[in-house]
Design a protein around this ligand. Structure first.
Ligand code: SF4
Ligand code: SF4
Length: 187
């Protein structure tokens, strides 16, 4: 088993320059044609790319674990120190228009991959839903689903191979408001 390298997952604010983002740019532009703001906005912040996969050296098959890069903050669902990450994780891979098509360990739901494959973004993507929370509501993110790598070596990682949940196909139905009553003691 070979450990797959990890992704350079930017924790910058999405759409720092919203005025430079063309409407539905992901449908009309290739990755190489996107400007920086569009490139950043394309990330749905699922952070599944910060989760470690194992590759079978013989078959090339990928197995996903529930173990994340040591820098990943699972509750915040982002890199804990993006600015200095390379000091601690030198093999953190920076996504580029050139390497995205070759990175087979990116999850199938990764928006960069979807654009390369000419597929639609999912309903939970912030560019579709208008919210950064929907990726979590859809169960499509790594938030609170991982433990850090720590000292785990390959045998330990192999024991952490899991089947990740399938994201929801559509938004969950909102629960109706419930009223609660405070019990009062009448002695
Ligand atoms: S250093 Fe780790 S947590 Fe940070 S972006 Fe890279 S893979 Fe993700
Ligand atoms: S959309 Fe792709 S690059 Fe962005 S966090 Fe998800 S897997 Fe990583």
């Amino acid at each position: 088993m070979k450990k797959i390298t990890l992704l350079d997952h930017k924790a910058k604010k999405l759409a720092a320059e919203p005025e430079t983002i063309a409407p539905e740019f992901w449908k009309t532009k290739t990755l190489a044609q996107m400007n920086e703001a569009e490139w950043e906005a394309l990330c749905d912040r699922c952070s599944k790319c910060c989760v470690i996969s194992l590759e079978d050296a013989d078959s090339g098959e990928l197995y996903r674990t529930d173990v994340s890069c040591k820098m990943f903050d699972t509750a915040a669902c982002q890199c804990s120190d993006y600015a200095n990450r390379k000091k601690f994780v030198p093999d953190c891979v920076k996504l580029t228009p050139k390497n995205v098509p070759k990175l087979d360990w990116l999850p199938g739901t990764c928006a960069y991959r979807l654009v390369v494959e000419g597929r639609e973004l999912y309903w939970w993507h912030p560019l579709i839903s208008g919210s950064f929370e929907t990726v979590h509501e859809a169960n499509a993110s790594a938030r609170n689903k991982t433990r850090p790598e720590g000292r785990l070596k390959t045998p330990g990682l192999m024991r952490r191979i899991i089947q990740w949940p399938e994201p929801l196909n559509e938004p969950p139905k909102k629960r109706g408001k419930t009223s609660s009553r405070r019990a009062s003691k009448a002695d």
